[in-house]
Design a protein around this ligand. Structure first.
Ligand code: NAP
Length: 278
């Protein structure tokens, strides 16, 4: 059962393979969501400074009955910060917002500030190394247990691997039926960098799509479970977001295998084609 499965990062630390995403859950509501998620069995949570809910996520964790050491918490730097001093401050500010003594994993959220994404070719190689240097120091200081990246392409990953002293533990990127960046995934996996699949349910877009429903029916599972099993079988960690208890349970209860033949068919599907067939 994937709900109990942990995966080992390249620094030896273990984390759950199914984690709760918290994007778009507001700071007031997320505390209750985290509490409910812990009750139904989640032990890992993904947030970010840019989601505006770190304070609530922290409250949800320290108000729960579960030991802090049994929870795996990931957050991300604000994308606008690309300098060493700013990164050091951002890490300390995140710890304050969570009211926790350490963060399990911190990611560079994007190689480019949001405002530049798809608008400039500046990959901020220097800035990302400044982020990385401050994050490495935070690991040595015991403030963070693991560090990684998100939305990084091959050249961005290369920059960190060649110039940093700690290898990224993960690259968190969008992966789901309809969108499989195979070359980037293979590249990272060969380097020992784990892929975390964000928007594993395509942000909800493909859950009612005909082909997804057909395959879900074949395996007698929900469309969400089919989409999660697909990513899990590609070796990814998945971060399904839900603030609804029955959906949270559904997303943890992935307990079947998609055949190799069906995986080969599903991997070929492209979101553009899929959405035409809804
Ligand atoms: N690093 C990055 O740049 C980045 C970017 C995007 C996302 N992320 C992370 O990845 C997480 C997940 O991605 P996401 O939030 O884009 O979307 P997602 O998890 O792919 O999909 C969420 C949508 O699916 C619905 N849903 C969840 N479980 C369901 C189920 N069992 N049956 C039917 N519908 C279900 C949710 O509905 P309800 O809302 O009604 O529960 C919501 O509308 C984020 O929360 C965030 O932590 C990271």
């Amino acid at each position: 059962m994937y709900s109990d499965k942990t995966i080992t990062l390249n620094n030896g630390i273990k984390m759950p393979q199914i984690q709760l995403g918290t994007w778009l859950i507001n700071n007031d509501d997320v505390r209750k969501t985290i509490r409910q998620a812990i009750e139904v069995g989640y032990r890992a949570f993904d947030t970010a400074k840019d989601y505006g809910n770190e304070t609530g996520v922290g409250k949800g964790i320290w108000n729960s009955d579960v030991e802090r050491s049994d929870i795996f918490l990931t957050t991300k730097l604000p994308t606008a910060v690309k300098d060493y001093e700013g990164t050091k401050k951002a890490i300390d500010d995140a710890l304050d917002r969570f009211s926790l003594e350490y963060i399990d994993m911190m990611l560079i959220h994007s190689p480019q500030p949001w405002i530049e994404v798809n608008r400039t070719n500046d990959r901020h190689f220097e800035g990302n190394l400044e982020n990385w240097r401050a994050m490495e120091e935070a690991v040595k200081a015991g403030k963070i247990r693991a560090i990684g990246v998100s939305n990084f392409l091959e050249e961005d990953v290369d920059n960190i691997v060649k110039n940093g002293s700690i290898k990224p533990a993960v690259n968190q990127i969008e992966v789901h039926i309809g969108k499989v960046p195979k070359e980037l995934m293979d590249y990272c996996q060969q380097l020992g960098i784990l892929i975390e699949a964000y928007s594993p349910l395509s942000h909800g877009r493909l859950l009612n799509e005909r082909k997804v429903r057909e395959y879900a029916k074949k395996y007698k599972v929900s469309a969400a479970q089919l989409m999660l099993a697909f990513d899990l079988q590609l070796g990814c960690v998945v971060l399904p977001k839900s603030d609804n208890i029955s959906e949270m349970k559904d997303n943890l209860a992935v307990n079947f295998k998609i055949s190799a033949e069906d995986m080969a068919e599903l991997i070929k599907l492209k979101e553009k084609v899929l959405t035409l067939s809804v």
